[in-house]
Design a protein around this ligand. Structure first.
Ligand code: ZN
Length: 277
């Protein structure tokens, strides 16, 4: 069995990314929060308990310290990377990969096509409801001050952010170039670097919108924004590094240098703006 996702033809098609995009779903805030809450509750009771004990001891004047106390509450577990990386771990016991496998298996057993849009939207709806329930139950016990989850303000549409518009334009040029290259039968389109370029060009667009929303939430006084900002910032940095490596490699190794160089220089201009969000 192969761990890598197949690079399908439709990877090269332009997709509109908004807050309900399926690509972004498994990393959607409520879901990742819920997964995080569930995971930490299940797997790390001893750890959080130990932390409580240390904090109580500190209150009473004991000299305690160490990484456990300095650990940030918003630190995400490693498996969260499987929600956005092109090549996820694929392990059965991974909360993300295992879940996707089980969802797919259920559709196959029912005689449905797991890639069919209806199946996907069913999973999205089911997981989203579950996630909201879990958040309501667990946010408080995890110490997050997300008091009125129903009252979280709805952020603006992607088009309302000028930077999103710029990235969308860049993304369109990447996808159009991909289509053109595929038609002309260039070999490099089948390389890992090319797969990274097309995959993370989409991720970059989705995550930039998400970070713009986080910034918007923070400016509007929602705790929710700060909660998500840190991890999204990490994802963006990773995406930018991967894209940089991919474009650099492609520019140096393959023909169509002019087009690739233009994509690369526009990317570098965007990078400077993205890291400032
Ligand atoms: Zn995984």
């Amino acid at each position: 069995m192969t761990k890598k996702k197949k690079i399908k033809k439709d990877n090269f098609e332009f997709k509109i990314v908004d807050k309900f995009d399926d690509d972004d779903f498994f990393d959607d805030c409520p879901v990742c929060q819920a997964m995080k809450f569930a995971q930490e509750k299940e797997r790390q009771p001893t750890r959080s308990k130990l932390k409580d004990v240390l904090l109580k001891a500190k209150e009473k004047g004991a000299i305690v310290g160490g990484s456990l106390l300095e650990e940030k509450e918003s630190q995400m577990p490693k498996w969260m990377e499987c929600t956005w990386r092109r090549v996820p771990c694929g392990k059965d016991d991974c909360p993300i990969c295992g879940r996707i496998k089980r969802d797919r298996q259920r559709h196959i057993e029912k005689g449905e096509d797991p890639d069919d849009l209806k199946s996907v939207s069913e999973d999205v709806g089911r997981n989203f409801k579950e996630a909201l329930e879990m958040i309501k139950k667990d946010a408080e016990s995890r110490g997050f001050d997300i008091t009125n989850i129903e009252n979280i303000k709805e952020p603006p549409e992607p088009k309302k952010f000028p930077l999103y518009g710029e990235i969308e334009k860049w993304n369109k040029s990447v996808m159009a170039f991909g289509d053109m290259t595929q038609v002309s039968g260039e070999f490099w389109i089948h390389t890992e670097a090319a797969a990274d370029l097309f995959w993370y060009a989409n991720t970059l667009m989705a995550k930039t919108y998400r970070q713009l929303c986080n910034r918007w939430h923070i400016n509007n006084g929602d705790d929710y924004g700060e909660f998500d900002r840190q991890y999204t910032s990490y994802i963006l940095k990773e995406c930018l590094e991967i894209l940089k490596k991919s474009l650099k490699g492609l520019v140096n190794s393959y023909p169509q240098k002019q087009e690739l160089n233009s994509l690369y220089s526009n990317f570098l201009k965007l990078e400077r703006k993205i890291i400032k969000i």
